[in-house]
Write a protein that binds this ligand. Structure first.
Ligand code: PEP
Length: 232
């Protein structure tokens, strides 16, 4: 299993340190990836140096350098010890909801991340409105076709937007059905489930066929909860 933590825009260095200290000796069989905000990355890289836990970022630009004020490039992420990068999280897609070209930008980011030696975690998923209109598979297919690369290593995270931070999760059958659908579009790719995963439901979701791990938001910010998920 791959257990990736999306800390979003949370924690200062002082707040993150005890959390990392309490999990960094992890010796379990799962691949654990922490994705803090950009400002925490160098400090976290130092703390995780001798650990089996990997470091990820939450976004990157599609160029490696240049006049892009406020952006961070894949090359710069690699430079501070990052190995993974979340791309196309729904919270970033919603900031760009009025850009009809955004899937193409995501595709450029993914290629650029792979070129810099990073493994992208590509987020896809339907909104509540799309789900109610029975458009889930159509949306997922469109997101995959528009952004997933033909070559290079990557991970897909299926995150129904309505399940993120809501405490709601799809049924077992729904998760299995969508993961099977995605695996037909991108055979051999690891597919994570994300959306209100916690220490109580992680075992059940991990047992669903086609689930290769989780992308965890809220529950990754509390050491005791995240430790249980890490050991799923
Ligand atoms: C996420 O933001 O990627 C996420 C899955 O959040 P949460 O676990 O809080 O629903």
């Amino acid at each position: 299993m791959i257990i990736a933590a999306n800390w979003k825009m949370n924690l200062t260095i002082r707040e993150a340190k005890p959390l990392v200290n309490s999990i960094k000796k992890y010796k379990g069989r799962n691949k654990v990836i922490l994705c803090p905000t950009f400002t925490l990355l160098p400090e976290m890289a130092g703390m995780l140096k001798k650990s089996r836990i990997s470091l990820g970022a939450q976004n990157c630009h599609f160029e490696q350098k240049g006049a892009f004020t406020g952006e961070v490039s894949p090359l710069q992420l690699k430079d501070v010890g990052v190995s993974y990068v979340i791309i196309g999280h729904s919270e970033r897609r919603s900031c760009n909801a009025f850009n009809p070209d955004y899937n193409r930008i995501l595709s450029k980011k993914i290629h650029s991340a792979i070129n810099a030696g990073l493994i992208p975690i590509i987020c896809i998923g339907e909104t509540d409105e799309q789900r109610k209109k029975a458009q889930t598979k159509k949306i997922i297919k469109k997101q995959i076709e528009a952004s997933v690369p033909k070559k290079g290593k990557y991970i897909v995270a299926y995150e129904p937007v309505w399940a993120i931070g809501s405490g709601k999760t799809p049924t077992r059958e729904q998760i299995e059905d969508i993961h099977e659908y995605i695996s037909k579009l991108v055979p051999g790719t690891k597919i994570l489930y994300g959306g209100s995963v916690n220490e109580k439901n992680c075992k059940e979701i991990a047992s669903i066929s086609g689930v290769s791990g989780f992308l965890v938001g809220g529950a990754s910010l509390e050491a005791n909860k995240f430790k249980k998920i890490m050991h799923v």
